[in-house]
Structure formats: structure tokens, C-alpha cells
Design a protein around this ligand. Structure first.
Ligand code: SF4
Length: 226
């Protein structure tokens, strides 16, 4: 059985997007295929982590009663789809009783195909060239083709460097697939890095391209919750 490097697992509050406020079990996988300028997540294998088989992780979570009273299991990272061989064995262990919520950078469409049937909600990022250093719009579209019939929303994290062209492109993609678009400002010290006026300008501009757009900051950071 495939083992995966897992940075941490914990129960907390979902702080992003339309499911904000729900109690979830988070499983954070090590490693990511991108290197975004604003990334503040520790998914490295340089510090502590667990190396577990699917059944070992499932038993641990069960023993620690982590499946109790949760809305869903959030697979996060890093990039959880880098661990698809592990997930193919782990997700069936949940027996379809607990919804699976995938947080992904939406760049690995072939990996997504392998576990799509087990996933209920997809929180999919679109990365702009100004944050990721590369143009990923085509690969994002391939990803969304794979999951177009699923319960998907798009998250777009922005800072002062976002351009109108990038914003327009993100809106065009969200519109093409009819997915809700969530704009999320980069946070620093638990506050948005950009000022209120700029956030309103970005929202106004995005809504003029695509009306199914909302501005939602990382609420867990505002509340100072992990
Ligand atoms: S995709 Fe997410 S986890 Fe990976 S580098 Fe970018 S922000 Fe960090």
C-alpha cells in the first residue's frame, strides 16, 4: 500500500469560500507542485510529519474520534492530488458517509480523474501569472473540464499586483464553467494585505465581468483560529 507524508491532521473551522464556518477534519499533505509568491502554508518535510498508509491514517483518525460531528473531510496541502495513489485507497475507507472536500490548485487534471468519484466538493484555485510565475490558465481549464459536473467553486487569491487582464481571464473561466468565483485577498498578520478601497475596486471590476462573484477573506485568520 502507498504511504503518504502527512504534515498534520486536525479538526477546525473552514475559513474560506461558501462553506465558511463549517466544522471540518483537515488532512494536510506534504509537498506542492507550485511555488506561489504569497504561500504561507508549511507543507514541507523539513520539520515534523507523519508517514502513514491509508489504513493507518484511517485508524488513527477513528481512534482520536475525529470523524465526530464534522461537516466534511478537507484534503488540503500543499497539493493533495500529488498523493492520488494514497487517496485511491484512503477515500473508499470513508464508506461514502462523510463528504470529501478537496482543496486544490487545480493543475493536475489527470490525477483528479483517478479520485473524482469520491469527491463531493472541490475548492479550486486559479493561479495568476503574477502570483505563480507561470501561465496556468490552460491547465486550469483542462482541470475544470474534468470536474464540470461536480460541486465546484473557484478561489482566486489576489494582492496589489493583480492586473485587470488577469482578473478578466479568471472571470471568463469561471463564467465558462458556471462556477461561483470567490475573491480572497492575501492576508498578513491576520489582516488583508490590500486596503479596503482596493478590495472593493477588484470586486466591482470582477462583478462587471461575471456576476457570480463574491469577496470573502480568510475568516479563520480574522478570528485567529488555526
Ligand atoms: S498551490 Fe497552494 S500550497 Fe502550493 S505553493 Fe501555491 S499557495 Fe502554497
Amino acid at each position: 500500500m502507498h504511504r503518504a507524508k502527512i504534515k498534520e491532521y486536525f479538526v477546525s473551522v473552514q475559513g474560506e469560500g461558501p462553506y465558511v464556518g463549517y466544522r471540518q477534519l483537515f488532512i494536510r499533505f506534504c509537498g506542492c507542485n507550485l511555488n506561489c509568491a504569497y504561500c504561507d502554508t508549511d507543507f514541507s518535510v523539513s520539520g515534523d510529519y507523519f508517514e502513514l498508509s491509508p489504513i493507518e491514517l484511517f485508524n488513527l483518525l477513528n481512534e482520536e474520534k475525529m470523524f465526530r460531528n464534522i461537516h466534511s473531510v478537507s484534503l488540503t496541502g500543499g497539493e493533495p492530488l500529488m498523493h492520488v495513489d494514497f487517496l485511491k485507497d484512503f477515500l473508499p475507507l470513508l464508506g461514502g458517509k462523510i463528504p470529501v472536500y478537496l482543496e486544490t490548485n487545480a493543475t493536475l487534471p489527470e490525477k483528479l480523474k483517478e479520485i473524482l468519484e469520491f469527491v463531493y466538493i472541490i475548492s479550486a484555485d486559479i493561479k495568476s501569472p503574477s502570483s505563480s510565475g507561470q501561465n496556468l490558465f490552460d491547465v486550469h481549464e483542462k482541470f475544470f473540464e474534468v470536474c464540470r459536473d461536480k460541486n465546484v467553486f473557484i478561489k482566486f487569491v489576489f494582492d496589489n499586483n493583480v492586473t485587470d487582464l488577469e482578473l478578466k481571464k479568471v472571470c471568463e473561466i469561471a463564467k465558462k464553467f458556471n462556477f461561483e468565483l470567490i475573491l480572497s485577498p492575501v492576508m498578513k498578520n491576520n489582516k488583508p494585505l490590500v486596503d479596503a478601497l482596493f478590495m472593493q475596486k477588484v470586486l466591482e471590476s470582477a462583478v462587471s465581468f461575471y456576476s457570480k462573484t463574491r469577496l470573502i477573506p480568510q475568516v479563520h485568520k480574522l478570528l485567529d483560529i488555526e
